[in-house]
Design a protein. Structure first.
Length: 400
């Protein structure tokens, strides 16, 4: 069985979808013949590619067909849009001409409308279509305040529902996302499967981590880290406000990563000495980054539950670190943390209340217990087990 995997990002891209897709492709390779259809690396890649219109390479014995989409830095909005548009146009052409014909087409959600291009390939090549959703658009874009005219959002949502109904199977990353598809989109629950991103071993580091940990912690006794994308999903200004007066207590906050809001947040925190921003470290050093923290932060704005689930949750669990989650109580993140008692869930919008909660955590004896609980939860949400479920769904569509 030939399976086509469609997503703009694939290693050396470092996005969460790129890493998950690599693991999915490797797992599928044991039971079928996967082909990845991606673009030129553009998501904080470990290295960049030169110009080409099309290129085929084999990475870990996986066939990766890359189209020559533009690869502007994601911080440049117009450049990111060009990356999206060139990728979508080129993959439709490539997908229609691809040999062998795919029996199954699986689309992820990078870029947000990749599913439409993949569905077109599926329809014209008479292939089974599986939609693997990480972020639910246009709902997410509209909910975070992205300037989408209401008419365009309605049209996008209309066609998105048609796309969801066209799918032979839908895979989502959380129960809250499944509930949302059923309740607000009218999608048949029987064809929606929950497959979580899951926990995976960190890559083997190339250094002993001393310099990385020292740079992150500086001289603070207690350090909280938010590692990941600084986009529109989190209450980052609220978090900065909560930490701005904690420096006197030797409590520091470090944002590690990039994102659309990074420049704005750096300006917002420019007079707060206890809040710092650091670029991404090399992927190989992730274990040191996560181990440097006393506490990890996850933030989702109210109203976004079911639309997004930060994959960093599973990295924190694997690092066996406690979590402070400023998220809606009904979100999957909140449910997991409360069930496994591996952190504190606080949906407050009050910075002072959040400050007091952070101080109480620092002074308590519960952090060690939360760390142990996080490690136990990581075994429950093992990525290998989750991906096994994924492959079973794909193989179940094999035409006999």
């Amino acid at each position: 069985m030939n399976v086509l995997l469609v997503n703009q990002y694939y290693p050396p891209d470092t996005s969460a979808t790129a890493v998950v897709l690599r693991d999915v492709a490797l797992a599928l390779a044991r039971v079928c013949s996967p082909i990845v259809l991606s673009g030129r690396p553009s998501y904080n890649p470990e290295f960049r590619h030169g110009f080409y219109l099309s290129k085929t390479e084999f990475v870990d014995h996986i066939r990766v067909d890359r189209v020559g989409s533009t690869s502007y830095d994601r911080g440049f909005l117009l450049g990111r849009i060009l990356n999206y548009v060139t990728y979508l146009i080129l993959i439709v052409i490539k997908g229609l001409l691809m040999n062998p014909r795919p029996d199954v087409v699986i689309s992820l959600t990078d870029p947000p409308i990749a599913g439409f291009a993949a569905a077109a390939i599926s329809f014209l090549r008479r292939s089974t279509f599986i939609y693997f959703i990480q972020d639910l658009h246009p709902d997410l874009a509209y909910a975070v305040g992205f300037p989408i005219p209401k008419l365009i959002a309605r049209i996008w949502n209309f066609f998105n529902i048609l796309l969801l109904r066209y799918c032979d199977s839908i895979i989502v990353i959380g129960e809250d996302m499944k509930d949302l598809l059923v309740s607000s989109k009218g999608i048949d629950a029987s064809k929606i499967h929950v497959i979580r991103s899951g926990c995976v071993e960190f890559p083997s580091p190339k250094t002993d981590g001393t310099n990385i940990i020292r740079e992150i912690r500086k001289n603070y006794d207690f350090v909280a880290i938010h590692a990941g994308n600084l986009g529109y999903v989190g209450n980052f200004k609220l978090i900065i406000d909560a930490f701005k007066d904690l420096g006197d207590r030797s409590i520091g906050l470090v944002f590690i990563g990039q994102g659309a809001m990074k420049t704005e947040l750096m300006d917002y925190a420019k007079n707060v000495d206890s809040v710092r921003f650091i670029d991404f470290y090399p992927y190989d050093e992730l274990s040191h980054v996560y181990s440097a923290a006393d506490l990890h932060l996850i933030s989702i704005k109210t109203g976004l539950e079911g639309l997004v689930l930060p994959s960093k949750l599973y990295s924190v669990l694997k690092a066996q670190k406690p979590i402070f989650a400023n998220v809606p109580y009904k979100s999957d993140v909140a449910k997991i943390i409360k069930e496994y008692q591996c952190g504190l869930v606080a949906s407050t919008k009050d910075a002072l209340e959040m400050s007091n909660q952070i101080i109480a955590l620092k002074d308590s004896n519960s952090l060690g217990k939360m760390s142990v609980a996080a490690g136990q939860a990581s075994e429950v949400f093992d990525r290998a087990s989750e991906i096994k479920k994924f492959t079973e769904i794909v193989v179940g569509h094999e035409k006999t």
